[in-house]
Design a protein around this ligand. Sequence first.
Ligand code: 5AD
Ligand code: SF4
Length: 452
Amino acid sequence: MNKRRLYIETYGCQMNVSDSEVVVSIMQEKDIGITSCIDQADIILINTCSIRENAEQRVWGRLDVFRQVKKKRPDVLVGVIGCMAERLKERLLEKEKLVDIVVGPDAYRELPALMEEAEAGQQAINVLLSREETYADINPVRTGKNRVSAFVSIMRGCNNFCAYCVVPYTRGRERSRDPESILGEINELDEKGYREVTLLGQNVNSYLWKNGTKEAVISFADLLEKTALRFPGIRLRFSTSHPRDISDELLHVMARNSNICKHIHLPAQSGSSRILKLMNRGYSREKYLERIEAIRTIIPGCALSTDIITGFCSETEDDHQQTLSLMEEAGYDFAYMFKYSERPGTFAASKLKDDVPEDVKTKRLNEIITLQGSSSAVSKKADMGKTFEVLVEGTSKKSNKELYGRTSGNKVVVFPSGHFKPGDYVNVRITRVTPATLIGVTENTTGASNNH
Ligand code: 5AD
Ligand code: SF4
């Protein structure tokens, strides 16, 4: 029998990684297998990101490569899925017959049917956004590198409309997934031996499930605690938190459950209240710093990371200095830092001027990166001599006699393998630090503790 095969590449955020696992599951239901070899594929899908212009450029580069594959094997179908599909719609099909199928983030169930339409030579496109779709009943096929940690999507879309951001347009309105289906999916992961789950959503703090009656309303804090109590052997992480919505209640849930990792990704974007207002972020510098203070008080030692955009419309040197000083005050363990990239269709693109020159953006970004470099170094140095419980994820890239894993605060630790294996919890004492990694030695551990 000639089973058809899918080759899939994923770009962008963790949500896209999670979505690709849903896509593989939908295709497998229709007996379309998966291949990691592009030359064996009958269909090539690229799950795309539109968040910044350079993310889209990379995808165009890949489409050029797929064009060469199509030259050799004209029957191969090429599909663009995800945010770029949603943003560019028909325009993708029109471009030099590079693409046969275009499917937006809420229409993945239609992929097998669209594949047939494309095979019959028809235009195959579905970019309808939905108010309900959460793919709750679909069991994602795990394609990640390890069998230890997995993503579980708990909501889709975003209602925030930050002025710079294309996500509310490409992923549609916010909707939460039925908690029972979330717990069911985590239960299966637990039974398969997974030891870490990251709950995913564009803004997890606004998760809300209403079960018909008012009394049965479930918030993100409720969902997180329910999950932590039900799966004591699983570490929980979540991403992303919005500074406006992160409640003390959630922080207390984190503090009192040892299997919830002590790490919060809290994108600040800017340290200037004026810029935050223009960005429509819904908080000021003072409110953001107040939330950091609450985190430090309720969860002492909690790791913090952030996203920063530099060179947003009208950003002055003074605004930039405020971002640097906010970063210094917060003392992030880690940060993702970007130059502002204007996205067509957003509020900023239509109403504000992208007026910070490219060389100024570059200079500011470099200053931000340098500052974060020293913050990260300070944070790692402070770990010297401390012992952390590490969840082992795999064998170190540099040596097969070493394992690597992560601390609760999400720092990567490398240590001698001993008799340990992926999925074990190991106590590691840090003896050396490099810019990217903590290096240590194991202490008396049994290898399978549930005590985080
Ligand atoms: N330009 C630069 N960075 C952006 N981000 C979102 N939109 C843009 C944009 N237009 C960043 C934000 C967000 C992260 C996922 O990407 O920092 O938190
Ligand atoms: Fe974009 Fe803001 Fe929604 Fe994040 S919260 S996805 S930055 S609109």
